[in-house]
Each structure stands twice: as structure tokens, then as C-alpha cells.
Write a protein that binds this ligand. Structure first.
Ligand code: BGC
Length: 666
């Protein structure tokens, strides 16, 4: 149905600018379609009983009883570790099926904020420290959601990189850094025409994002071309009239004072009817979209679960594999330890999902594939109520097993929205457990569950194999058992650098009063910093092992336009196992007039290559691959001169490179 602005009274218009309740827009008693929104990025979180405190459900305290059951999908950080746009699309399309069944019009995802702070409790909800990788995957996710007739909400606009004091700490960030690091993922995602964008809580350069006219009106709408509805983060509006002036269309959730505030501002001439109409029109257009689309449940519940397994298999990262310990030999006696192997570890907050899926413990999943029982020991050394005889029994099992698989890590509420992790390390108890296990068994495989980088310095040299699982969703143990036994060849690579320790990270810029976070590192975020400053890291950006071995050769960089090139190269699988390789193309400006990072990701490809076969990969570079954002010209600028194109298996494993002289006059 087409709604006509002219048929609404001023009062009705004002009512449309805030929600009806926690999750839906005002339908003016049936005159207009009320649009229902729900979280989130790891699967649908639809709160069904409004009398429950939302805080409680976010903390996962009342899991299951108050939020609708849905498929727990891998967290977006796991999706990002897949480096696979098809996996990101599938993720979005799968969550959309839960939305259609649950009568949800708009999914409050994906989150596309850049991982600037390794301790940020929401990193698991985000894709990467790199804007290019984030943009490509988030765009595919949005397409996956919206192709099923469900709207997406790209969040949180913008520079929302801390959870500590997230409502009031201003992100003080210069224009160049905004354009090169924090805006490109929004820019790329907007190409998929998301129905909505959510503004963040934090101020940017001193002005609250919900009424930051420069960022919302000038940058998001005019520069980046967003033509949908801007919704506030929940309770993020502090001054509603100013928000309307800044073109924030919808204040969520319902606010009892909103109407009076807006009416008074209108009567005093602080906001005009034209400004009100602009926002109302966007609310009406959103309602129209939800009515116009064809909604379909593309995947059955079983298929949704299968998709969760499939994506988890793509996003789990093998970090260490000494002496080819993995894949496991089917005759080996295996012991699985740690309660995390019997759970679906998740981060907390609005991304938490209640799943009805009855999880198979990892020992069970392995046992089914092996056709025999696999030992499971829940005890985590000393920190649970247990007896010394039970601990002794576990240690004996470890001692008599060929391989000990140890499941460690962190989850909600330590990793959650509104929180910052206190440390990059595992707990002392967990570190101790790893070291003790390694004392009694020389074949230890550590599975690490978490939302972001972990400092492994205390124990990594004592174990042979490490897998970063992340929050891999309800398909976690099917995916892990398949990887551990070699049915699936791991192919995930890290979306963020794993620094050696917290002291090596750059996010210590919060001033004592907690009011301003000065982004003094500028564009040197993540590997852009570590690689430019030549700092040692535990695992670099883009790193991940496979059971196969790949060789890169025959790089060609062909000019096809003024600033357009085609980069092509061969990848040969020189092992006898089929596998997938993520290759990455980086660009460096050698003699730039402004400070530029050592290298920047400008393309990537994930390819399945059969044992012994060679595949030619081809990647396009364009103007933006070479450009920086000039604060003098207020636009993207390419300087003629020397560049290097690098092709690597990670940001620190460059296999091929070629110089080129860029001359735009030619
Ligand atoms: C979060 C959003 C979320 C909203 C609704 C806010 O606290 O920051 O990401 O979509 O709550 O749950």
C-alpha cells in the first residue's frame, strides 16, 4: 500500500517518529503498517514476553523462556573468518528464514564497526579490523537477508569502537581516518540498499551521533548515498528535536515524552514541518517496503541448522599444527576436556540467541564418527566443585590418551555488549590446566572459544595444535569433529591480528575522565599499525592453516584503465589433500605525500583447489585501491607514482609482489 503524507495530521506525523513499544513502529491504530524489528547478528533474538527485563534476556539469564527459539548461527566474527562472501550471504538468508517465521520485518544486523579495541566486548558481533573485508562480507550478508523480503539494519553508525562508557565517550577522529577506516564498510554495505541504518550511542567529535547532522545528513545520506530509514540505537536519542533536524527518522524504543518534546519544538519554530515530513516519509516508505516484498521461508529448520554447520566449517581457524598432529588418526585414543565442549559458547548482549537445538557434545560428535566412545571430562582444574579423586581420574585419562583435546576460552557475560574484557589472556585456571595437561600428554590440541584475539604467550609453545573456534553457533561440534578428523579441511583465516600481548595494542587512548577517546593512531588500525611499525605479532591478519599446502606463482598486473588493473596469479595445491585457500591482494603506495600504511587489503579470493591442481585467480583493482582521502581536497585522491601490489597468504606472508608506476595522465 502507498501511504500519503498529506493524509496525516501533524500529531499523527509526530507519533510516527518514535516506536509504539520496544520493538515496533507506531501503526496509528491500523492506519499504517507497524514494522517489527528484532536482533540480531548471530541469529534471531525476538523478545516475546515484554514483561521480562530486556537486560535479563541480554545477559542470557532467562534464555529460552522469553525469547523465541531460533537457529544459533556463527557469530559475524566467525563468518568473517571464512573470508567467503557466499557464506556471509547464506548466513543472512538463513537468519531471514527465522525472521519470516517469527513475523519480524527488520533484522537489527549486521554490525560493521571496525575492531579497533581488542578488548571490546562486542568484537564478536563485528567482522574485522579491516574495512575492505568488513564491507564485502557485510554487503553479502545484507543481500542474503533482504533477498528473502526481510529488511536489514546496518549498525552502529559510526566510530562505535568501545563498549566502556559507550553512551558518553566521544570518538575523536579526524576526517581522513573516518573516511579510510570507519566509513568504507558502511559505504560498501549501502550498495546493497539496506532498508535501515542504526546510529550509535557514542558522540563523534563531541556531538552525540543521534543528532550529529554532519555525520547523518551530510556524510551518511549525501556522501554515501543512503536513502533508507535511520533508526536510533535503543535509548540513544537525548535531544529529539535536534535528532529530527539531523534526519534521524525513528527514535527507538517508545518514549513517553517524545511527542510533547517534538510538539513543543515545532510550536517554538525549532523544527519545521518540512524537517518532520522528511523523517515521516522515511517511516512510511519503510512500512511500504515491508508490505510490498514477497517473504519466503527459504530454509526449513533442519536446513538452517545445516547452514550453521556449513558456515562454521568455513570460519573455524587452524592456528598451529606441529608435526601434522591434525587431522587425528582414527585409531588414536582421544580425551576431550572442558565444559565448553558441551555448550554453544556465545557472546552476551543483544546478539545472544536462544536455540532449541539439542547440542551434541564434542566427545559425542567425535564418538559417532569414530563408532566408539570418546572420553569426556568436564572438570576445569580447581575452579569447579570437584573432588581430588575425580581430578586424578581426568589426569589419568589424559595420561593414557594419545591425544588430549582441551576446550578453553571465554563467553558471556565476560564477553558482552556494554562490557570490555579485562584482559586478553585466558583465566589463570585455564592457563594452568593447559600446562598441566601438556605435562602428561605430548599431543595436546587446544580449542579456543572467544570473541576476539587471545594472548596465548603463557602456553602456546607447550602444545602442538591450536584451533580458534570463536562462537561458531549451534553447528559447532559437527563442524569441529569434522575438522579434527579431516573430513573437512580447515580454511578459515583471521579477520584480526592476534597481538602478542595487550601492551602491544594501540587502544590506550581513553583519557582519564572517560569523556574522550582520541583516535591518535589515525589510519594505523590493526595490521596497518603492526605491519607499518614492524611489530611482532602472535598471528597476523589473514592468517590460517590448512591440511593442504599451496604455492603461489606467475603474478601478472595488467593495466586496463587509467587506475584500473587486473591482478592475476596461480595457486597450486602441492599436497595430496583437496583444500580451499584464501589469497589476499595488498597495495602499498611507496612515496606517498601523506602517511600511508605499509600495506592495505584491496582484494581477496577463496578458492577450492583439488590436490595437485592449479587455479588462476584474478582480482580487479580500481581507483579506490590506490587512493587516500585528502582532507585538503575533501575527496579521494590518487597520487601518480610508485606502488607495489602484493599477493599473500596473510598480511605477513607475502608470496608474490610487483611494482607498478601509476600515471593517470597516460
Ligand atoms: C544495541 C543494539 C541493539 C539494540 C536492541 C542496543 O543496546 O546496541 O545493537 O540492536 O540494543 O536490542
Amino acid at each position: 500500500m502507498k501511504y500519503d503524507l498529506k493524509e496525516l495530521t501533524l500529531d499523527e506525523k509526530l507519533l510516527l517518529l518514535t516506536g509504539r513499544d520496544n520493538w515496533s513502529t507506531n501503526g496509528l491504530c491500523g492506519k499504517i503498517k507497524s514494522v517489527f524489528m528484532a536482533d540480531g547478528p548471530c541469529g534471531l533474538r525476538k523478545v516475546e514476553e515484554e514483561n521480562t527485563s530486556d537486560d535479563e534476556t541480554k545477559l542470557g539469564i532467562t534464555l529460552g523462556s522469553h525469547t523465541r527459539l531460533a537457529t544459533a548461527m556463527p557469530a559475524l566474527s566467525v563468518v568473517a573468518n571464512s573470508w567467503n562472501e557466499e557464506a556471509a550471504y547464506l548466513d543472512g538468508a538463513t537468519i531471514a528464514s527465522d525472521c519470516v517465521e517469527g513475523a519480524v520485518d527488520v533484522l537489527l544486523a549486521p554490525g560493521v564497526n571496525i575492531k579497533r579495541n581488542v578488548l571490546n566486548g562486542r568484537n564478536f558481533e563485528y567482522f574485522s579490523e579491516d574495512p575492505y573485508l568488513t564491507g564485502k562480507l557485510a554487503r553479502a550478508f545484507v543481500e542474503g537477508v533482504q533477498d528473502q523480503g526481510v529488511g536489514a539494519c546496518v549498525k552502529h553508525f559510526v566510530a562505535n569502537n568501545n563498549e566502556r562508557d559507550r553512551y558518553c565517550t566521544s570518538s575523536e577522529v579526524d576526517d581522513r581516518t573516518l573516511h579510510e577506516i570507519y566509513l568504507p564498510a558502511f559505504e560498501e554495505t549501502i550498495k546493497a540498499k539496506p532498508w535501515t541504518v542504526m546510529c550509535s550511542y557514542n558522540p563523534v567529535n563531541g556531538v552525540q551521533m543521534s543528532h550529529n547532522a554532519k555525520m547523518l545528513k551530510k556524510v551518511l545520506r549525501e556522501e554515501l548515498g543512503f536513502d533508507g530509514l535511520i533508526v536510533s540505537d535503543w535509548e540513544a536519542v537525548w535531544d529529539h528535536p535536534k535528532a529530527v533536524k539531523a534526519t534521524l527518522d525513528l527514535r527507538m524504543p517508545a518514549n513517553a515524552d517524545a511527542f510533547d518534546q517534538l510538539k513543543a519544538a515545532y510550536e517554538k519554530g525549532k523544527i519545521t514541518e518540512e524537517e518532520i515530513d522528511f523523517c515521516v516519509q522515511n517511516v512510511l516508505s519503510l512500512a511500504e517496503k515491508t508490505e510490498k516484498v514477497e517473504r519466503k521461508v527459504k530454509y526449513s529448520q533442519e536446513q538452517r541448522h545445516e547452514n550453521a554447520v556449513k558456515i562454521a566449517k568455513e570460519g573455524i581457524v587452524l592456528l598451529k599444527n606441529e608435526e601434522g598432529l591434525l587431522p587425528l588418526n582414527k585409531n588414536q585414543k582421544i580425551a576431550v576436556l572442558g565444559t565448553l565442549s558441551a555448550k554453544i559458547p556465545q557472546g552476551g548482549g543483544s546478539a545472544i540467541v536462544s536455540t532449541g537445538y539439542r547440542l551434541k557434545m564434542l566427545s559425542q560428535a567425535l564418538g559417532e564418527k569414530l563408532g566408539r566412545e570418546v572420553y569426556y571430562g568436564p572438570a576445569i582444574w580447581r575452579d569447579v566443585l570437584t573432588t581430588s579423586s575425580l581430578i586424578k581420574q581426568h589426569m589419568q585419562e589424559i595420561y593414557h590418551s594419545d591425544v588430549a583435546i582441551l576446550c578453553v576460552g571465554e563467553q558471556a557475560p565476560v564477553v558482552a555488549e556494554g562490557c570490555e574484557r579485562e584482559t586478553m589472556k585466558l583465566t589463570a585456571v585455564q592457563e594452568d590446566l593447559i600446562l598441566r595437561t601438556a605435562k602428561y600428554n605430548k599431543n595436546v590440541v587446544v580449542l579456543v572459544y572467544g570473541g576476539s584475539a587471545i594472548d596465548m604467550s603463557a602456553w602456546i609453545d607447550s602444545v602442538k595444535a591450536v584451533i580458534f573456534v570463536g562462537y561458531a553457533g549451534e553447528g559447532i561440534n559437527e563442524a569441529l569433529s569434522s575438522i579434527l578428523l579431516g573430513e573437512t579441511n580447515p580454511s578459515g583465516k583471521l579477520n584480526e591480528t592476534f597481538p602478542l600481548c595487550i601492551e602491544d595494542t594501540l587502544t590506550k587512548g581513553i583519557l582519564d575522565d572517560g569523556m574522550v577517546d582520541y583516535y591518535s593512531e589515525g589510519v594505523l588500525v590493526g595490521y596497518r599499525y603492526y605491519d607499518t611499525k614492524e611489530k611482532g605479532v602472535l598471528f597476523p591478519f589473514g592468517y590460517g592453516l590448512s591440511y593442504s599446502k599451496f604455492e603461489y606463482s606467475d603474478l601478472k598486473v595488467e593495466k586496463v584503465g587509467k587506475t584500473d588493473y587486473i591482478v592475476s596469479y596461480n595457486i597450486t595445491n602441492i599436497s595430496d589433500i583437496d583444500g580451499k585457500e584464501v589469497s589476499q591482494v595488498y597495495v602499498k603506495d611507496v612515496f606517498a605525500s601523506v602517511l600511508r600504511p605499509e600495506k592495505e587489503l584491496k582484494g581477496f579470493s577463496k578458492d577450492f583447489i583439488k590436490a595437485g591442481e592449479t587455479k588462476r585467480v584474478s582480482i580487479e583493482l580500481n581507483f579506490r585501491s590506490f587512493a587516500y582521502y585528502s582532507v585538503v581536497y575533501d575527496e579521494w585522491t590518487v597520487e601518480d607514482g610508485d606502488f607495489v601490489v602484493m599477493v599473500g597468504a596473510s598480511s605477513r606472508d607475502i608470496r608474490l609482489s610487483q611494482k607498478l608506476f601509476l600515471n593517470t595522465e597516460e
